[in-house]
Design a protein around this ligand. Sequence first.
Ligand SMILES: [Zn+2]
Length: 63
Amino acid sequence: MATDPVCKKEVDEKSAPGGKVQFWGARFYFCSVDCRNTFRHEPEKYAPGKGPNYSKLPDDWRA
Ligand SMILES: [Zn+2]
């Protein structure tokens, strides 16, 4: 099991309802699309130290 970094729920990696996001070498799984979108808006808040600041993220992260 993986932990959703946004709401801290346990998520099964094989069937994560919110899918997964690869963030500078680390993989995150989400319980819902809402959580994934929240993470994409502020990844450094939920995965501190995992990558560059939000302003340096690729455009497709800002959807
Ligand atoms: Zn969640």
